[in-house]
Design a protein around this ligand. Structure first.
Ligand code: XMP
Length: 323
C-alpha cells in the first residue's frame, strides 16, 4: 500500500542499483519537483550526485539563498551554483517582446547548464552518466510514456561534451502527483518553503516586467513581490490561492502624489488566482484589508511605484502570467 516511506524506500533501492558507482547530475530550479527529485537521489547515492543551480538573476527575493543555504543544509547535497545574472541581463538588453524574452532566457539557460555539466564532467571524469529530472506522472501521461520505476531512456547529446556521451535519465517522481511529491519532500525533511512553494515560471521575473528587463526594474519588482508574498503569508492565504504573480508595468507611467509632491512612477499589478491545474483559473476574491495592506506597503516602501492595481480577469481569456 502507498505510503511516502514505501515510495522513498523503493526509489532509493532502484536508484542505487541503477547508478552503482557511477555519477549523476541534477539541475535545480528552486521549484518543488527538482528539489524533491534531487533529495531522493541524494538519499540514494550521496556524494555521487552533483546538483547545478543556474542563477539567472530573475528569481524572487530570497529564492537563490533558499537553494544555496536551506536546501543544501537539509540534504547535504553537493551543489554547483553558476552566477549568470550579467549574462542574462546582457542577452535581454533592449528586448520587450514576451516571446523573444522567453526564447532568449531558455536558450541562455541551456547554454549555461551545459557548460556547467561539461565542467563537472571534466572535474569528475567520464563516469557522470545520469541526469536526474523531476518529471511527474501528469507529464508522463501527457507525453504518452509508461510508468517505469527508475525509467531509463537516452537523452540527446549535450553541447560541449564528447559526441558519444549519452545521459540516461533518472526520473524518480514519474509515478507521483504533485501533492504526493510534496509529501515525499516533507518526509525527506525539506524546508516547508520549498515543499509548499507555489508555481513560478521558468523565465522568472523576466516575464513579469512589461517592457525591457533591467537590473533596476528587477530589484524594484523583487521588493514589491516580497511585500505581497509576506502579507499573503501573514494573512494565512497561501493555501487558498494557486499563485499571485506581481507584475511591473515598466512601460507605463502614472501620476501620483507622494510625500512632498507629484510623482511620475509605475503601476504594479497584483494577479492572485485560484486554480486546479493552471489550465483555467479564476481571480481570487482576496479580503479587502489584505489588498489594502499590500497596496499601502508597496507604494510606501518601493521607490518609483505610485499605484497598485488588481487584475480581475479569469483564464480564459487572460493567461495567469501577463507575458
Ligand atoms: P499561463 O500564463 O500560461 O500560466 O496561464 C500557466 C501556469 O504556468 C506557469 N508558466 C510557466 N512555467 N515556464 C514554466 O515553468 C514557463 O515559461 C511558464 N509560463 C507560465 C504560470 O506561472 C502558471 O502557473
Amino acid at each position: 500500500d502507498w505510503t511516502t516511506g514505501n515510495v522513498i524506500e523503493e526509489q532509493v533501492e532502484a536508484i542505487r542499483s541503477l547508478v552503482g558507482d557511477r555519477r549523476a547530475i541534477c539541475g535545480l530550479s528552486g521549484g518543488v519537483d527538482s528539489a524533491v527529485a534531487a533529495a531522493l537521489v541524494q538519499k540514494a547515492i550521496g556524494s555521487q550526485l552533483t546538483c547545478v543551480y543556474v542563477d539567472h538573476g530573475l528569481m524572487r527575493k530570497g529564492e537563490t539563498e533558499q537553494v544555496e543555504k536551506d536546501f543544501v543544509a537539509a540534504t547535504g547535497v553537493q551543489l554547483k551554483v553558476v552566477d549568470a545574472e550579467q549574462r542574462f541581463l546582457d542577452a535581454l538588453k533592449g528586448v520587450s517582446d514576451p516571446e523573444e524574452k522567453r526564447k532568449i532566457i531558455g536558450r541562455e539557460f541551456i547554454r549555461v547548464f551545459e557548460q556547467a555539466q561539461a565542467e563537472i564532467i571534466a572535474d569528475e571524469g567520464p563516469a557522470v552518466e545520469f541526469l536526474v529530472q523531476g518529471t511527474l506522472y501528469p507529464d508522463v501521461v501527457e507525453s504518452g510514456g509508461g510508468t517505469g520505476t527508475a525509467n531509463i531512456k537516452s537523452h540527446h547529446n549535450v553541447g560541449g561534451l564528447p559526441e558519444d556521451l549519452e545521459f540516461r535519465l533518472i526520473e524518480p517522481l514519474r509515478k507521483l502527483f504533485k501533492d504526493e511529491v510534496r509529501m515525499v519532500g516533507q518526509e525527506l525533511g525539506l524546508p516547508e518553503e520549498i515543499v509548499q512553494r507555489q508555481p513560478f515560471p521558468g523565465p522568472g521575473l523576466g516575464i513579469r516586467i512589461v517592457g525591457e528587463v533591467t537590473k533596476e526594474r528587477l530589484d524594484l519588482l523583487r521588493d514589491a513581490d516580497a511585500i505581497a508574498r509576506e502579507e499573503l503569508t501573514a494573512a494565512g492565504l497561501d493555501r487558498d490561492i494557486w499563485q499571485c504573480p506581481v507584475v511591473l508595468l515598466a512601460d507605463v507611467r502614472s501620476v501620483g502624489v507622494q510625500g512632498d509632491g507629484r510623482t511620475y512612477g509605475h503601476p504594479i499589478v497584483l494577479r492572485p488566482v485560484s486554480s486546479e491545474d493552471a489550465m483555467t483559473a479564476d481571480w481570487s476574491r482576496l479580503p479587502y484589508d489584505v489588498l489594502g495592506r499590500i497596496s499601502t506597503r508597496i507604494t510606501n516602501e518601493v521607490q518609483d511605484v505610485n499605484r497598485v492595481v488588481l487584475d480581475i480577469t479569469s483564464k480564459p481569456p487572460g493567461t495567469i502570467e501577463w507575458e
